[in-house]
Design a protein around this ligand. Structure first.
Ligand code: B12
Ligand code: SF4
Ligand code: SF4
Length: 283
């Protein structure tokens, strides 16, 4: 069944009508990488301390959709959607704002593609007799204000970490085997499937800064100094990537919403691969 689910996610992403750029003559997204976590992995409960008590467990997510005591165990399916080389090439020379192609790709993927892929996957699982929920589309999903910046009730990156898809970087970005120029999605299902293992030594192991004491390339890529050796300033990043000037630029580009940014996710060693796979401390 795992292989069927992987094939389904690949088909849904690759075949989606919005996964094509006329100007680049290329897809926005390459083939996704799909992993599985046991929904009862104790790490999901620990996320309430790591992130905050507002973060939901898979069981809570499922029971909010299907009723109290409906949970009999299950799986979280988490997937990485890597941005294509053409799209990354378009954003790499940018020093101030993202390329027009990036803005359009960000808009299409967040407004339609991701939502429709999650819904279509849940439909396919229902065909096999399994119930599920897409937390990102649930009525309880929200972005939460904290003193250090925005958080959420379902963090796709932390879920990806539990599923063994990668780790966090100095810039806060999630570094997968397909790098950091990615989008992450997940659904919870009551299908009980063997989980993938977490091979990373710790939650920052894929980042060269933490693995080797070198790098910091993302610091230089950020136009507003939101990244430093002490990490990522989320508030500064948010104002730049989603604030009024970004919305104005998106409007000029014919898109409703912010223009996005992600300059720290291209032109860096972790752009399209896990850079610490062959480089470890002292190696
Ligand atoms: C709120 C939000 C933001 C906020 C805050 C980001 C943040 N760091 O949390 C702001 C506005 C700054 C932001 C900016 C951007 N975002 Co945003 N954002 C989100 C959103 C909606 C929620 C994030 C969330 O819940 N954070 C929770 C907090 C707690 O995470 P955190 O502080 O980074 O977590 C740290 C600690 O938990 C710590 N930690 C400490 N101890 C331990 C122990 C363990 C075991 C673990 C696992 C972790 C851990 O590790 C983390 C890193 O320091 C997600 C979508 C989603 N639902 O997940 C997208 C998301 C994170 N954003 C995304 C993107 C692409 C962007 C932008 C590029 C903007 C754009 N779209 O153009 C920038 C990139 C910023 C950056 N350098 O990473 C992608 C991430 C892609 C990636 N490779 O990481 C996401 C996942 C959307 C998606 N579906 O793909 N975003
Ligand atoms: S550019 Fe270097 S320091 Fe920054 S997240 Fe990537 S590997 Fe880590
Ligand atoms: S997304 Fe843009 S503003 Fe935010 S940290 Fe990366 S480069 Fe800086």
């Amino acid at each position: 069944m795992k292989e069927q689910i992987k094939d389904t996610v690949r088909r849904l992403v690759i075949g989606h009508g919005d996964n094509w750029s006329e100007t680049l003559s290329e897809r926005y997204f390459d083939e996704p990488v799909v992993n599985f976590a046991s929904a009862d992995d104790p790490l999901f409960e620990e996320l309430k301390s790591i992130i905050g008590p507002w973060h939901r467990t898979p069981r809570e997510a499922f029971e909010a959709a299907h009723g109290e005591d409906s949970w009999r165990g299950g799986t979280v399916i988490s997937w990485v959607m890597p941005w294509s080389k053409g799209l990354r090439d378009s954003n790499r020379p940018c020093k101030e704002r993202p390329s027009p192609e990036w803005t359009l790709a960000y808009y299409l993927s967040s407004k339609t593609l991701q939502k429709q892929v999650r819904a279509a996957l849940l439909d396919e699982l229902a065909g096999y007799g399994h119930r599920g929920v897409a937390p990102a589309d649930a009525p309880w999903f929200s972005i939460v204000d904290t003193p250090t910046g925005k958080s959420s009730t379902w963090s796709e990156r932390h879920v990806g970490y539990v599923a063994g898809l990668g780790t966090f970087g100095l810039s806060d970005a999630f570094i997968s085997e397909k790098g950091t120029a990615i989008v992450l999605n997940s659904v919870v299902t009551d299908a009980v499937l063997p989980p993938d293992s977490r091979i990373a030594a710790h939650h920052q192991a894929n980042c060269l800064f933490y693995a080797t004491d070198r790098c910091g390339a993302c610091i230089k890529r950020c136009p507003v100094d939101a990244i430093s050796r002490s990490g990522h300033d989320k508030n500064r990043c948010m104002v730049y990537a989603y604030g009024p000037e970004s919305i104005q630029l998106a409007t000029e580009r014919g898109v409703q919403g912010p223009a996005g940014c992600a300059l720290c996710q291209v032109g860096v060693p972790c752009e399209f691969k896990n850079p610490s796979r062959s480089e470890t401390k002292g190696a």
